[in-house]
Design a protein around this ligand. Structure first.
Ligand code: CA
Ligand code: CA
Length: 112
């Protein structure tokens, strides 16, 4: 096989591999469930979401919906978000109305 034929075959193999990777990434992309704090995208909000957030923060490979991690709406992702989720689940806190999000600084004590 000539060098140019080998290069063409190698380029074709690379294109196929990259295409497969892109297709796989698209399939793995999180889908919005429309449920607040549904971190693991299973269609419900429960203690597994808080646990998956903790695993994510600890560096474990877990699939998370990054748009649902900030449970206290402070634009940071940390253990406070997991704690907030647990309090929401235990009815020790209430989620703000969408119009209240971003105004939590003066009421943060009520929201934690
Ligand atoms: Ca969930
Ligand atoms: Ca947060």
């Amino acid at each position: 096989m000539k060098l140019s034929a080998r290069l063409t075959a190698a380029a074709a193999a690379l294109i196929i591999a990259v295409s497969a990777t892109i297709a796989s990434s698209a399939a793995d992309a999180p889908e919005e469930t429309g449920i607040r704090h549904d971190v693991n995208m299973d269609g419900s909000f429960n203690i597994k979401d808080s646990t998956d957030l903790q695993l994510f923060l600890a560096g474990y490979e877990v699939k998370v919906n990054r748009s649902q991690l900030d449970a206290n709406y402070d634009s940071l992702i940390n253990i406070k978000d997991s704690t907030r989720m647990q309090k929401l689940l235990a009815d020790l806190a209430e989620d703000p109305q969408p119009t209240e999000i971003g105004k939590e600084e003066e009421d943060i004590g009520d929201w934690f």
